[in-house]
Design a binder for this molecule. Structure first.
Ligand SMILES: [Zn+2]
Length: 201
């Protein structure tokens, strides 16, 4: 019991009280439910990984977006979390590829550039600038949320991109997404406007 509580406490947003409540819930659950939970955790680790190109969650590496022949491999949309892909996909107005940062810069939260997938983004763009024709990226759309952290992250990325690929077109999504809110909660129309109204950074 204490082993399970210790493991649950490591999850984000779960304190000791919640961990105890969850552990007791598992204890009282049916055998089938407890096993299904354990199996889901194991299979997540065994079958899913991060795409070695864009860091999206995938069961094949590189992922379907990165290997797609019908998507525009010259446009890369930079987002905070894998879940943001669904928000942008449902607009049906974007046909490029993605790069998932897995967070935003947050000096208070102790998240610096090393904690995010920034080096792999710059490597991806740097190689493109050197003339790998097929995958050469021509535009990077910074689609981090219009929150303080999201804006700071976009500004930092724009500077770094200029450094490794001075010719790159760098754009920022329009503020159709309400300032201060997470793009995860943007509806289809808002997100479509934000993408279409993007401006040079
Ligand atoms: Zn990928």
């Amino acid at each position: 019991m204490s082993r399970l509580i210790d493991e649950l406490r490591k999850l984000p947003g779960i304190g000791t009280k919640s961990a105890q409540r969850l552990a007791f819930h598992v204890l009282r659950a049916s055998d089938a439910d407890a096993r299904a939970l354990a199996r889901a955790v194991l299979e997540l680790r065994e079958k899913l990984r991060l795409c070695s190109v864009c860091n999206n969650i995938t069961d094949v590496d590189p992922c379907g977006y990165c290997t797609s022949a019908v998507r525009d491999q010259h446009v890369v949309c930079v987002i905070e979390e894998p879940t943001n892909i669904a928000t942008i996909e449902k607009t049906r107005s974007y046909n490029g590829v993605y790069h998932v940062l897995h967070g935003t810069l947050s000096p208070i939260g102790g998240v610096g550039p090393e904690q995010l997938r920034i080096a792999s983004l710059l490597a991806r763009l740097g190689t493109a600038a050197e003339g790998d024709g097929v995958r050469a990226v021509r535009e990077v759309i910074l689609a981090t949320s219009p929150t303080t952290e999201g804006e700071a992250t976009a500004a930092y990325l724009a500077g770094e991109i200029r450094r490794v690929a001075p010719e790159m077109r760098v754009t920022r999504i329009a503020t159709g997404v309400p300032a201060g809110s997470d793009i995860e909660y943007a509806d289809e129309v808002t997100m479509t406007r934000a993408m279409e109204g993007r401006r040079e950074f």
